[in-house]
Design a protein. Structure first.
Length: 228
């Protein structure tokens, strides 16, 4: 028995093409926006860390290379009563001289990357609890070269990460909701565009051998593409 498949709908195919084209355009825009956000956040994070390290390096040299000055500055800026942007730890020869209160519990020294110098910084992310951090280690050089102070600094990027997550979630919901809406709009647009073809097909199917001179009504008017 020969199975006859239902003819493919022209309006359905046009609606599908319309939907795919619209989703592709929106998808490209979303990718561009996401790339821009991530690039801006990365640049801001690096700029903050570099500025903070430069500030601490200046404080160290301006105060006779005393590590206690760094510790005092770090404690002042990362006090528990403040909204912490970063946490930091000062070490000499592996010995912890001072750090942000509670840092050892959340961000032990073993988590931080090895120091590589100011020109080859690395910023591995680390999640603990509900927070996300960028971790880096850098040497702070004294003016006389008497001691090398190692600085471990962690930048809190929790809010930026949450913003990106919300953006991705919003995009997902947008695509889920927009797909059927675009399909419906495409179907309506295709049906309206194909209405003249439907009129021609309807009249052509109704013509008999005795009505070969029958003309297709001009009301409603034809689109200019069909008026010759």
């Amino acid at each position: 028995m020969k199975i006859r498949l239902r003819p493919t709908s022209i309006s359905g195919r046009l609606a599908l093409l319309y939907t795919l084209g619209a989703l592709l355009a929106v998808g490209l825009f979303a990718l561009l926006a996401n790339w821009k956000l991530e690039t801006n956040f990365t640049a801001e994070h690096e700029e903050f860390l570099q500025a903070k390290v430069a500030e601490l390096q200046f404080d160290l040299r301006d105060n006779n290379n005393m590590p206690s000055v760094l510790i005092k500055e770090i404690l002042k800026e990362t006090d528990v009563t403040r909204l912490r942007e970063y946490q930091a730890r000062v070490l000499i020869a592996g010995q912890n001289l001072g750090e942000t209160p509670g840092m050892s519990n959340a961000l032990p020294a073993s988590l931080f990357p090895a120091e590589k110098g100011a020109d080859t910084w690395s910023y591995p992310p680390y999640r603990t609890g509900g927070s996300t951090w960028l971790l880096t280690s850098l040497p702070l050089r004294s003016t006389k070269g008497q001691q090398d102070i190692k600085l471990q600094i962690a930048l809190d990027i929790t809010q930026d990460t949450a913003l990106l997550t919300d953006f991705h979630r919003a995009l997902t919901i947008f695509f889920i909701l927009m797909t059927p809406l675009l399909m419906g709009a495409g179907r309506l647009a295709a049906s309206d565009a194909l209405a003249p073809v439907s009129r021609i097909a309807t009249v052509a199917q109704s013509i008999t051998s005795a009505q070969l001179s029958r003309r297709i009504p001009l009301d409603p008017p034809w689109p200019r593409e069909l008026t010759g």
